[in-house]
Structure formats: C-alpha cells, structure tokens
Design a binder for this molecule. Structure first.
Ligand SMILES: [Ca+2]
Ligand SMILES: [Ca+2]
Length: 244
C-alpha cells in the first residue's frame, strides 16, 4: 500500500479546515432529502421530482386543494383590472326637469316671458332729434327714438310704444315702429293729447342677443303763417317676450 506523505496530509487537513471555517458563517439551506415516493418523506407530505418537499411545498395554490379553475383565473384578472366605482345608490340625484328657469338665463326653451320698459324721457333711450319733456320725449322733427335691449332667447316679441302728437295742417302725424332694420308698423297717430295717447304695438321674431327697437316720426311739418307745429310725443317704449 502506498503511503501518503505527511506534508500532503497536513496540507489537505489545513485546506479542509480553512474551507470549513470560510463556510461556517454561511447558512446554506438544507438540501431536501431524496425520495422516490411520498412515504419516503418526513419533512413534507409529498415527494416532488425525486426530493422530499418541505412543509408548504407541494401544496395546491388554493385552500381547497383544487387546481384553479378558469373562473378563478378570470376573476383574478378582473380584480386586477377592476375600476373602483361607487355603488349605484351613491350616484347624485338627477336634476329636476321641472325646476323653473330664471328669466334671462340664456336658455332657448322654457324661458319665461319678461318685459323691458323705458320711459321715453329717461336716459334709457337715445334720439336723433327733439328733447325730453316732463313725462315724454318730443320728437319735433323727423327722426327716431331708440331703445336697446338684450334678449335672452330666440322667440316672438312684442314691441310697444305709447304715442300722441301735436297735429297740424290737416294731416295726422305718422309714426313707425322698428326693430333693427325692419319696420314692424307704420301709420297715423290720431291722439292729440297726453291723456288720449294710444299704444301702438307689433310682433316680431327676434334671435337672442342685443337688438334696437325704435319709434320713428315720419312727417314733420311746421306751418309758419299759423305758427303750428306737428310733433310726435313718445311716453314710453317697451319690449315683451318671448311670447308663448
Ligand atoms: Ca315739428
Ligand atoms: Ca313717459
């Protein structure tokens, strides 16, 4: 038998001791015990791929021990992609369709009718001629008295003006009502005193937005020999609508 030199034995022993000292602080996981069937194992219930499973290994993913079903997979997927939604009962109450609409709210349907009124002698109007008097505006020559309104909705509106005239020369004063560039009415004004004044009115379809209505005096006349003058007096102007 061949003997091994002592220095080789010492070298091997020293190297082995050093190797052991290097690995002593490293806790390697215990290798599973080899097995051929479940009964061979004491560390776990099953023999997997030739090695004993440790506790917990080899167990099915579900608590029931059954393979996950298609429904389980789909449910898990759905949960991953689910969007948090409030329960139906937490949805806000729908708006009450019967709520009254405020006049002038800009709506195009269901807008309450309203009235815009201007005294002709006030600063709410402008005129191309004449002058304001105590309770009316005196259009003393051919010209217009204008009133600007901003309408909240498309619709049919009524334009009105209360008028009388200083009559002269065998012919009645003639006036007209305008909305923007359109003539809504024109005719004679037979009233000759404030307390006999007549209200002239006409309907017109207007779009929402700003419009100018006007009263026009059309046939001014001054008779120099008799010093009589034809003038149109305007008490007030108004617009009402949209009419139902
Ligand atoms: Ca005149
Ligand atoms: Ca007036």
């Amino acid at each position: 038998m061949r003997t091994v030199p002592l220095y080789i034995v010492l070298f091997i022993a020293t190297t082995f001791t050093a190797a052991c000292s290097l690995t002593v602080d490293t806790e390697l996981p215990a290798l599973p015990a080899p097995c051929t069937e479940d009964g061979d194992c004491t560390t776990g219930p099953t023999c997997l791929d030739g090695f004993c499973a440790t506790d917990g290994e080899g167990q099915d993913l579900s608590d029931t021990g059954a393979e996950p079903t298609t429904e389980d997979v789909r449910a898990a997927s759905d949960a991953d992609h689910a969007v948090q939604t409030d329960p139906v009962e937490d949805l806000p109450e729908p708006l009450d369709a019967d709520l009254p609409l405020d006049a002038g709210d800009g709506g195009t349907t269901g807008t309450a009718s309203q009235r815009w009124h201007a005294e002709a002698e006030s600063n709410d109007v402008t005129a191309s001629t004449g002058q304001p008097e105590a309770d009316n505006y005196n259009l003393w020559s051919d010209g217009e008295l204008r009133y600007t309104v901003t309408l909240p909705a498309d619709g049919s509106y009524v334009v009105r003006a209360r008028l009388w005239a200083d009559q002269c020369c065998g012919e009645l004063a003639r006036a007209a009502l305008h909305a923007d560039d359109a003539t809504l009415w024109s005719g004679d004004v037979a009233a000759s005193r404030s307390d006999e004044a007549v209200v002239m009115e006409a309907s017109v379809t207007l779009a929402a937005g700003e419009h100018q209505v006007a009263v026009a005096f059309l046939n001014d006349r001054f008779d120099r020999p008799t010093r009589t003058d034809r003038n149109l007096h305007v008490d007030w102007v108004e617009v009402e609508g949209p009419m139902p």
